[in-house]
Design a protein. Structure first.
Length: 251
């Protein structure tokens, strides 16, 4: 298994540094783990599924396509494995609970670690933080997708103007704003629902939400976005100002 460290910048972009072995970072700063779910063998999937709870495995089987079943199994097994490393616990014994919106978290009997998952077209992202709530979203960039109508409905006037300042950059800007909205809403635990109108434009890397969220105390949030392989846009949101560290795991 190979491990790469990704250093993010304020603008979309990544730099890679090779590691000879897996090196899990401390949780003094938010961590993202990128998992190539398409790179694992059938034998690996069989090993991974042993780590899942019965409800998780049942949910995996509900996916229509085998590729989606495998992606779910690999992603959630890796989640358990990485959390088990930090918690010094057996991955299969970790217990999760969900809030009213369906966002999973660790049960109270475990050391408090915050996490979030996202998946798109063969690539899963796991976000972990030891100091604050965190949300993450990944979207594969579709060069044919007509995003204008979605932007008109869900983006503010300022965000729509921002999209079209330079037409050739509009697609990247759309995916940046969209993933930031989803990452923030997942961080606060409400899900996207009807809240996509939250504006993440005026303060690109640091903002305090102006929209009220019932039952949610929103302080300052920090947003980071970067493109991966020029095919995916990834954004993370957390309310602790630590630097974002990213690791890529594949076979």
């Amino acid at each position: 298994m190979r491990s790469y460290r990704i250093f993010t910048e304020n603008r979309p972009g990544t730099k890679f540094q090779y590691f000879d072995k897996i090196t899990y970072p401390t949780l003094n700063e938010p961590v993202l783990c990128l998992i190539h779910t398409d790179s694992y063998s059938a034998d690996a999937v069989l090993s991974f599924q042993k780590l899942l709870s019965a409800p998780e495995y049942e949910k995996a089987l509900k996916f229509r396509f085998l590729q989606d079943q495998h992606s779910y199994i690999i992603t959630h097994a890796m989640l358990r494995s990485i959390l088990g490393y930090y918690m010094v616990s057996e991955p299969a014994e970790i217990e999760f609970v969900s809030n009213d919106y369906g966002k999973p978290s660790l049960s109270e009997k475990y050391k408090k670690i915050h996490f979030n998952l996202s998946h798109s077209s063969g690539l899963s992202v796991l976000a972990i933080s030891g100091k604050s709530e965190i949300g993450v979203d990944i979207e594969k960039i579709d060069p044919e997708f007509d995003f204008d109508q979605i932007a008109k409905v869900h983006f503010s006037n300022a965000e729509n103007s921002f999209l079209h300042i330079l037409k050739e950059e509009s697609r990247e800007k759309f995916y940046t704003l969209w993933t930031r909205k989803e990452a923030f809403l997942k961080a606060v635990g409400t899900g996207i629902g009807k809240n996509l109108g939250i504006e993440v434009f005026r303060k690109i890397n640091h903002f305090k939400p102006e929209m009220p969220f019932p039952g949610v105390q929103c302080g300052d949030f920090y947003l980071k976005s970067f493109s991966y392989q020029d095919k995916y846009m990834i954004s993370a949101a957390n309310n602790y100002s630590g630097e974002l560290t990213c690791y890529l795991f594949d076979l």
